[in-house]
Design a binder for this molecule. Structure first.
Ligand code: ADP
Ligand code: MG
Length: 269
């Protein structure tokens, strides 16, 4: 099934080398060194990452009616691409949009990240796992200042998103990547479930989803990471002045409610 999907895509873009790097429920993610119209190996976005691009492909879903499927694919593809462009305009770190082919479910975007010492790519999850493995009581490298700064940065990015009325919709530790080995600057990726919302509930759920993701993937240090993320989240709201402070307190009080609801559900279920 998967091979068939890859073959079909490759037939449609025969001159583009494709390397499958991830497969989710909705999309396949390929890495390629081919820009849609520049010579192979050229990367105008990032000279340090020559020829690294991501192609996100939403293949046809056989379980949906073909007409409806086409419409859903085109809508989701274009809304994700629009969001990437919006974030670029806002100056929020996110993959730059390079090309979109909505009817075919294709987005070409900048690759963000680098290879970790274990050769895996620098998602927040992979990076923290590596540090956690190297940590012990005397040398908790997973709690070093650079981790704190990175978590602050993540909180700030989420805060900026929320201040602009955008909710990410799927904040997990795989949907956050470190873009640069030297600065460890984080970036959010995967805006497939993102939307515009002015509701404190939606912002609160965004935060809650990330807190849960941290607790399940990084149980030992999650509390600290979360505290640092919230610090960054708080700071950008504070810097926004009165409006930001108001938004922050609405979101946080709703977040506490969402958390309580979550706890009750876990106790009952
Ligand atoms: N722009 C990007 N730069 C680097 N890695 C990416 C990028 N986009 C996706 N990836 C990698 O592919 C994985 C899946 O992509 P994602 O957009 O999250 O799709 P899905 O909707 O399937 O979760 C990510 O967790 C990340 O490892
Ligand atoms: Mg994802």
């Amino acid at each position: 099934m998967r091979d068939q999907i890859v073959d079909d895509l490759q037939l449609r873009i025969p001159t583009v080398p494709l390397r499958l790097i991830s497969q989710g429920a909705e999309a396949l993610i390929f890495m390629t060194n081919q820009h849609p119209y520049l010579p192979a190996g050229v990367n105008p976005c990032d000279v340090d990452n020559p020829g690294k691009y991501i192609i996100k492909y939403r293949p046809p879903k056989p379980y949906r009616h073909p007409k409806l499927d086409k419409r859903i694919t085109a809508t989701r593809t274009s809304s994700e691409a629009k969001l990437l462009h919006k974030l670029y305009q806002l100056g929020v770190k996110a993959p730059k949009l390079i090309a979109i082919d909505a009817p075919n479910g294709l987005i070409w975007m900048e690759f963000l990240g680098y290879q970790l010492p274990d050769m895996r790519y620098s998602s927040l999850k992979n990076w923290l796992w590596l540090l956690e493995r190297e940590s012990d009581r005397d040398h908790p490298v997973a709690l070093a200042d650079n981790v704190k700064d990175c978590c602050n940065g993540i909180g700030r990015s989420i805060g900026v998103l929320h201040l602009h009325g955008i909710v990410h919709g799927d904040l997990t530790t795989s949907n956050i990547v470190l873009t640069d080995e030297a600065t460890l600057k984080p970036s959010l990726i995967d805006f497939g479930l993102s939307s515009y919302s002015g509701l404190p509930e939606d912002r609160a759920v965004d935060l809650y989803v990330l807190e849960r993701a941290l607790k399940s993937t990084h149980p030992v240090y999650a509390e600290k990471y979360w505290e640092w993320i919230l610090d960054g989240y708080h700071d950008v709201h504070e810097e926004d002045g009165k409006r930001g402070r108001k938004k922050y307190s609405e979101t946080i009080s709703r977040f506490k409610e969402v958390r309580m609801r979550g706890r009750k559900r876990t106790m009952i279920g």
